[in-house]
Design a protein around this ligand. Structure first.
Ligand code: KIV
Ligand code: ZN
Length: 388
């Protein structure tokens, strides 16, 4: 295993699909799974088979349709769940069972009405039971974000001894601060016997808007799998977004960490998920939002036209977006207007450009954005366009 490789575990079809109104049918899920395969994710969490016959069937069909990534099915630490997950995974070339239980004081007391010792026993029993079916067993310590590190280390050590190949440390409620989450991962790295036999995974939620920061902090402290969704969709405020983590690692070369993601497919996969799930992407969403590579103020437009890197840290082509967009608004300068007119085939000398710019500003003060048609009208009225 390459120590610098970060495995991408995509849970768009499981945690992402839990969002109300975003449910997909089996055919749609297969389409997304195939797109995820082309994107280069390492693991596709295809569903929670015990939850419904439809989810069971989707895991079966995705296992048949996809060749390269590992197909993962979620369970609780319950034998029946594990039996059903194993059955759903029977066609997977590489199948993984993802089992687990809550470990925080809240979950132990109020959700499970149990105690710490009993939770360790149930966790170990679930991992051993899943091992009867598959070699690759991932264990999740639900609400690890609010679990005391010493107790968490005890649980993780026990499940690794029982055969867990991946240990997932979810910040289920999106509560942690980036340094706190990073320290949690480091604590496990340094204090769990046998930790090198398993891959540590992060699974962060975005309730405080820190899912990406927490995931990256986890990776910087030793996690080598990151659980993500396209566009960051998921329960409540969502999960860590795939595109943000992947492009953070790619942009920060000094971290010397890499994923297998074919970044040129990011944008089209994001669009596919958004349209099938009927879940619009916010315009200012990092990497895939409509405005992520759009420049509207005069100073920025002039800077980008001189050299893209003045205001862009990522070349849009790297994520499959053709080019940065220069939006024409009342905040635009002459450089942007000249650039757009040249694309439309009009080359104006300085005096003419100044004249057209005056009229452009008057119009732009009345409209939110000036489109190509508006420019043509402006030039037509003025009769000043010299087509090249
Ligand atoms: O957020 C969470 O804790 C989960 C687990 C089931 C992995 O989604
Ligand atoms: Zn989750």
């Amino acid at each position: 295993m390459d120590d610098n490789r970060v495995y991408v575990f995509d849970t768009t079809l499981r945690d992402g699909e839990q969002v109300p109104g975003c449910q997909l049918n089996t055919i749609e899920k297969i389409e997304v799974a195939k797109a995820l395969e082309l994107l280069g994710v390492d693991v596709i969490e295809a569903g929670f088979p015990i939850s419904s016959p439809g989810d069971f069937q989707s895991v079966v069909e995705i296992s048949k349709a996809v060749t390269w990534p590992t197909i993962c099915a979620l369970t609780r630490a319950v034998e029946k769940d594990i039996d059903v997950a194993a059955e759903a995974l029977k066609y997977a070339k590489r199948g993984r069972i993802h089992t687990g239980i809550g470990t925080s004081p809240y979950h132990i007391k109020y959700k499970l009405n149990s105690n710490q010792d009993e939770i360790v026993e149930r966790a170990v029993a679930a991992v051993k039971y899943a091992k009867k079916y598959v070699e690759d067993v991932e264990f999740y310590a639900e609400d690890a974000g609010r679990t005391d590190n010493v107790y968490l280390a005890r649980v993780i050590e026990a499940v690794i001894k029982a055969g867990a190949t991946v240990v997932n440390i979810p910040d289920t409620t999106g509560y942690c601060l980036p340094n706190e989450f990073g320290e949690k991962i480091r604590f496990l790295k340094e204090n769990v016997k046998g930790i090198d036999k398993a891959v540590i995974s992060t699974h962060c939620h975005n309730d405080l808007g820190m899912a990406t920061a927490n995931s990256v902090s986890g990776i910087m402290n030793g996690a080598r799998q990151v659980e993500v969704t396209l566009n960051g969709i998921g329960e409540r405020a969502g999960n860590t977004s795939l595109e943000e983590v992947v492009m953070t690692l790619r942009s920060h070369k000094e971290l010397e960490l890499f994923t297998n993601i074919n970044t040129k497919n990011i944008y089209k996969t994001s669009r596919l998920v958004s349209s099938l799930m009927n879940m619009p992407v916010q315009p200012n969403k990092a990497i895939v939002g409509r405005n992520a590579f759009a420049h509207s103020s005069g100073i920025h437009q002039d800077g980008v036209l001189k050299n893209r890197e003045n205001y862009e840290i990522i070349d849009p082509a790297e994520v499959g977006i053709n080019e940065s967009s220069i939006l024409l608004t009342a905040r635009s300068g002459r450089a942007a207007l000249k650039h757009r007119l040249e694309i439309l085939g009009f080359k104006l000398d300085k005096a003419k450009l100044d004249e057209v710019y005056e009229d452009f500003l008057k119009l732009a003060d009345k409209k939110k954005q000036i489109k190509d048609d508006d420019l043509l009208v402006l030039l037509g009225e003025l009769g000043k366009g010299d087509r090249r």
